[in-house]
Design a protein around this ligand. Structure first.
Ligand code: PLP
Length: 421
């Protein structure tokens, strides 16, 4: 059978062990092809009844007693489950704040743990907010500090050699996105960690596009610190709080720069001098948002039930399938592949480049009922979430994409990008 036949996609779906997870999610419009699970994961079907229960039965009926009936441990309980996805220990991952804020806390903690070193090393594939955070943290560093941004050789692959050359005795911290948001290039974490440790630097990984999409082995690769989103592949809901990871043997020697009462030893003694709690708890700051943390557990439970190895296997099969359709249908129409060809260095999304990407995106959304996203300058980003993306979805998205260009439907849209993309 030819991969361009819909029957081929249907056959792959029929043989897919994870296909049954699709019905564990809410589908409002069965014709909508959603390829943006890497920006905002779908709503799990079990989430609305859970939220209703927390609001009505817990908050409504139990009021402040709720804190002693499960709320106070919620971030730690969900963190311990996320740890299983990330190859970490249960007491090394917790939930707090946003990814950006956690990145700030851990960056500054690392800079204070390596005084006398003046460099944060990162790359130009990183998420811009991460660079803004490093710039802000550098201004609050204990001494002079600069952010060294190593350039990718081609805008698709991470600059591994350049990074290894830049990481030296003057480096306090190396911080990278494990899977890069534009191209989905995925670093060999162990290799960077090993080199950083050899010169005494710490490492801090942003796992926003990795958690729930690629197997992460924080312990086995000797990662020091990590942060990441829960609203992308973990399906925790819009703006759901982030996770943070601190390797166990570093927890006592690092200090949270935003020292608040939830990181205080015996917070309810209300002593006036801050004394950090032992272990990971010191990286908390204020009251955890219970209504926002609870749905994360639903999404993480689905991933644990499916198993990261099977999810990764399906993700590779689906990105390979999408690439095969690109080669047949879209390469001849002027689309380039802006993601690594080698699946070993690729996460779960594919970026296709086209000079008219923005206008094509608009036509897809408005006329074709496909939701991809757009990343400047010319990337149509197609996110695959193996728990609910089917092979038939990929077939439909690619054939609709082809139709837009063949029928020149995009030409009537304005060329300027705007709004949330
Ligand atoms: C999505 C994303 C973020 C978002 O951070 P927030 O604080 O949740 O806005 C940060 N870093 C990376 C790499 C991301 O992909």
């Amino acid at each position: 059978m030819n991969p361009t036949d819909l029957a081929y996609a249907r056959e792959r779906d029929a043989r897919d062990e994870l296909a049954r997870f699709r019905e564990r999610f809410h589908f409002d419009d069965p014709d909508l092809i959603y390829l943006d699970g890497n920006s905002l994961g779908r709503l799990p079907a079990a989430t609305p009844p859970l939220v209703r229960d927390i609001v009505e039965a817990q908050w409504g009926a139990r009021l402040i007693r709720g804190w002693n009936e499960g709320w106070i441990d919620l971030n730690q309980r969900v963190g311990a489950k996320i740890a299983q996805l990330l190859g970490a220990q249960p007491d090394e991952v917790t939930i707090a704040d946003s990814t950006s804020v956690n990145l700030y806390k851990l960056t500054l903690a690392a800079l204070h743990a390596r005084p006398g070193r003046a460099k944060i090393v990162t790359d130009d594939m990183n998420f811009p907010s991460d660079l803004y955070i490093f710039q802000g943290a550098a201004r609050s560093a204990p001494g002079p500090c600069r952010v060294v941004v190593v350039e990718s050789p081609d805008g698709v692959h991470g600059p591994v050699e350049g990074l290894l050359a830049a990481i030296d005795q003057d480096t306090a911290l190396v911080s990278l996105s494990h899977t890069c948001f534009k191209s989905a290039y995925t670093y060999d974490m162990a290799r960077i960690n090993e080199h950083a440790h050899r010169v005494g630097a710490l490492t801090l990984w942003d796992l926003s596009h990795s958690a729930g999409s690629v197997p992460v082995r924080l312990n086995a690769s000797a990662a020091d610190l990590a942060v990441g989103c829960t609203y992308k592949y973990l399906n925790g809901g819009p703006g759901a709080p982030a996770f943070l990871y601190v390797r166990r043997d570093l927890q006592e020697s690092l200090h949270n720069p935003i020292s608040g009462w939830f990181g205080q030893r015996n917070a309810f003694d209300f002593g006036l001098a801050y004394r950090p709690a032992p272990g990971l708890q010191r990286f908390l700051t204020g009251t955890p948002p219970i209504l926002s943390i609870a749905p994360i557990e639903v999404g993480v439970d689905l991933l644990l039930e499916a198993g990261m190895e099977r999810i990764r296997e399906k993700s590779i099969a689906q990105t390979e399938y999408l690439i095969a359709l690109w080669r047949e249908w879209l390469a001849p129409l002027g689309f380039s592949m802006n993601s690594p060809a080698d699946a070993a260095f690729r996460g779960s999304h594919i970026s296709l480049g086209h000079p008219d990407a923005w206008r094509i995106d608009q036509a897809l959304i408005q006329e074709m009922n496909v939701l991809p996203d757009f990343r400047k300058p010319d990337n149509i980003r197609l996110g695959i979430a193996p728990l609910y993306t089917s092979f038939a979805d990929i077939h439909a998205a690619m054939s609709r994409l082809r139709r837009v260009v063949v029928e020149r439907r995009h030409e009537k849209y304005p060329a300027e990008a705007g709004g949330v993309t």
